[in-house]
Design a protein around this ligand. Structure first.
Ligand SMILES: NC(=O)c1ccc[n+]([C@@H]2O[C@H](COP(=O)([O-])OP(=O)(O)OC[C@H]3O[C@@H](n4cnc5c(N)ncnc54)[C@H](O)[C@@H]3O)[C@@H](O)[C@H]2O)c1
Length: 406
């Protein structure tokens, strides 16, 4: 699992003289806006070997996609992703749609010779993810890359945590404790948006939030999970139908109700081959918690802790220090020597959520220019999908320990 490389220095120009990497993006709502920000900004902040160009954006509503193109800075707009893929002025297809269309779009884009960035979870089923990983492997032989959008690897503090684990700063890993807590479904009148429908989202909190923390836990541990035991629950089984387009996680309601067909919460424990134990909690019912991705790693020599709601901070306990003055201390991850930070602001000036998408674009551009496999690859996305499937299987079988397929 790769570490972000530090750029040589801050470039004064916008890299206009560099060859372009022409991006075509499908979907223009929440992730579409975040990825637009990433593609727009990466080449202005980092010294990149290729210049990301916001070439074409795609959505199904002609007027709405044109407005999104203007707002986010895209040169052209299409209303069918097949037309976007068919264009010869697109080098990379960025998939920002719900999971039900990831496989079809990614497979077509790879077959058409494009690089692909696909939002998480990679697909809605293991079978789809297998087809995508296999197509990505074949495409790699032709020089095409495929990456999955687990952007929380690109928070400077989580990237630093990975470096510290790899450097042995916390010693042999014993515990990985991760939770991802949101509360936007606490209200039983919150509408039945696509995230609550299995045929569109694949699963609920599990695939949406659980996919992130499974990837992050494995990335930080440096190894895959071997097996899991799980509980899942759907607390509110019927909700008002949505009215109009969703905004972020919310939407207006319309007359009538429909069935929630995904989990509302997923709790599971896991085991790594090394013997370390992990626990996971993913929920949209943690009243008061907005986007609290929290993790703690305990090793034989020390511990690390992180909370996405305070994302410039990493907490470190060095267990080799004398008990008299040992304790968790806060590392403010804003120094130029910290991952990704050199190109940004002076120490203490802080980064936020959106910067993870700039870093994602930066890392993918480097991988494309160097022709090397990006992290996380579609194979990594498939492996996470297998963990999600094992969680569902275990939950269906009264939490029986379920090995992760390889
Ligand atoms: N990395 C993260 O932190 C993060 C955060 C949120 C969502 N996501 C993932 O991003 C993806 C999109 O989620 P979102 O929150 O942006 O959803 P959203 O509802 O805000 O946006 C989805 C977009 O896809 C478009 N769309 C749907 N089907 C389409 C089709 N067939 N052709 C063209 N456009 C189509 C919609 O019109 C909309 O613009 C999902 O896979 C989700 O899990 C990732």
């Amino acid at each position: 699992m790769g570490q972000p490389e530090q750029p040589e220095g801050v470039e004064e120009s916008t890299g206009a003289q560099r060859p372009p990497l022409r991006v075509g993006m499908v979907g223009y709502a929440f992730m579409g806006a975040a990825h637009s920000q990433g593609w727009r900004t990466a080449g202005r902040v980092f010294d990149l070997p290729l210049r990301p160009e916001l070439a074409v954006i795609c959505g199904r509503d002609a007027a709405a996609v044109r407005a999104a193109a203007d707002r986010h800075g895209w040169a052209a707009a299409e209303t069918d992703w097949r037309d976007l893929i068919a264009r010869d002025d697109v080098d990379l297809v960025d998939i920002c749609t719900p999971g039900d269309s990831h496989a079809e779009i990614a497979l077509a884009a790879l077959a058409a010779g494009k690089h692909v960035l696909c939002e998480k979870p990679l697909a809605n089923t293991v079978e789809e993810a297998e087809a995508m990983a296999s197509a990505a492997e074949t495409a790699y032989e032709r020089g095409q890359l495929a990456m999955v959008g687990f952007n929380y690897r690109r928070v400077p503090a989580t990237a630093l945590a990975r470096q510290m684990v790899a450097d042995g700063r916390i010693g042999t890993l014993r515990h990985v404790r991760v939770s991802y807590l949101q509360d936007w479904l606490v209200d039983p009148q919150a509408p039945l948006t696509w995230r609550l429908r299995r045929e569109l989202a694949g699963s609920g909190s599990l695939g949406d939030l659980g996919a992130h923390i499974v990837d992050l836990a494995q990335y930080l541990a440096g190894e895959p999970l071997a097996g899991v035991s799980a509980l899942t629950e759907t607390f509110v089984r019927e909700r008002p139908l949505p009215g109009g387009a969703a905004r972020g996680l919310s939407a207006a309601t319309a007359a009538g109700t429909g069935q929630v067909t995904v989990d509302d919460a997923a709790l599971f424990t896991g085991r790594f081959a090394s013997g370390a134990l992990a626990s996971f909690e993913a929920t949209r019912y943690a009243t008061g918690r907005k986007n609290a991705l929290r993790l703690e790693l305990n090793g034989a020599r020390g511990s690390l802790a992180f909370d996405l709601e305070r994302l410039n901070e990493l907490w470190f306990h060095d267990g080799t220090e004398p008990d008299t003055h040992a304790g968790f201390r806060r590392i403010l991850v804003t120094e130029p020597d910290h991952p990704y930070v050199e190109a940004w602001w002076p120490p203490g000036h802080g980064l936020g959520y959106e910067h993870t998408f700039v870093h994602q674009a930066r890392d993918l551009v480097h991988a494309v220019a160097e022709g090397r496999r990006p992290d996380p690859s579609f194979a990594d996305g498939l492996q996470v999908q297998r963990v999600l499937a094992a969680v569902e299987e275990s939950a269906e079988k009264n939490s029986v320990y379920t090995p992760i397929a390889v």
